[in-house]
Design a protein around this ligand. Structure first.
Ligand SMILES: [Zn+2]
Length: 235
């Protein structure tokens, strides 16, 4: 495998070039945005480059699609009165002095109890812990529901993991492990379900091919609307 760079306007496309016993050039844009080019054995690398160049707009469109999965929540200051999302609803952050640290959902507020309410770093840590606990319950429940809906589309039951991620709502690796971004606990349940099902569809289709969308549409016909909602609510 060879790493190649290609200038296209102001952008640079990086791709992994491989040769295989095939007749035509294949280009794959993977969910992690890497580009794989498979050329027929004995092809001239310059000719390959020209062909990839002619497909550059398409490649970037595919990559953009993945970019749109980026959480766009503006940075929070973790001060009283600020709004924070939980399962698609906005809550007001309330900070209360207490010797015992805790986070509670009360009416329209997320109340954080802590010793020093001016310690925004501590507020952030406590909230992240709280979100993670909530995510554990909701993600697991939604995941097991999604497994029922998608039965027949996987051989080995996928496994669920979650963590804070910077650039992705979710991912699915070749072993069928699905990682969800903990940020998703801020989105409506329907959106979390969409991301889970989207990732489950990647078990059969590692890229965003027509076959991928056909499967997604079959399982989750409303996906476009829900994807839109996810991108709007997280702003
Ligand atoms: Zn995807």
């Amino acid at each position: 495998m060879e790493k190649v760079q290609l200038k296209y306007g102001n952008s640079t496309i990086h791709y992994d070039l491989e040769y295989a016993n095939r007749k035509t050039l294949g280009i794959k844009v993977h969910p992690d945005k890497t580009v794989q080019v498979i050329a027929p054995l004995g092809s001239d690398p310059e000719k390959v480059k020209e062909k990839v160049y002619s497909k550059a707009a398409w490649i970037m469109k595919q990559q953009d699609f993945f970019l749109s999965f980026e959480p766009q929540t503006p940075p929070r200051k973790y001060i009283s009165g600020e709004t924070h999302l939980y399962l698609g609803k906005q809550y007001r952050l309330k900070l209360e002095t207490s010797t015992k640290e805790s986070v509670k959902l009360q009416g329209g507020n997320i109340t954080v109890y802590l010793k020093d309410t001016t310690n925004s770093k501590r507020v952030k840590t406590l909230m992240a812990k709280w979100y993670k606990e909530k995510a554990k319950n909701h993600f697991e429940k939604l995941f097991s529901e999604s497994l029922t809906i998608t039965k027949g589309y996987y051989n080995n039951e996928p496994e669920l993991k979650y963590r804070w991620m910077d650039k992705r709502w979710g991912s699915c690796d070749k072993k069928g492990t699905i990682h969800l971004n903990l940020e998703l606990i801020k989105a409506p349940k329907q959106c979390i379900e969409y991301v889970i099902i989207h990732e489950i569809c990647h078990i059969n289709h590692l890229n965003h091919s027509t076959a991928f969308y056909n499967q997604l549409e079959k399982i989750f016909p409303d996906w476009k609307k829900v994807k839109d909602r996810l991108e709007k609510i997280m702003v």
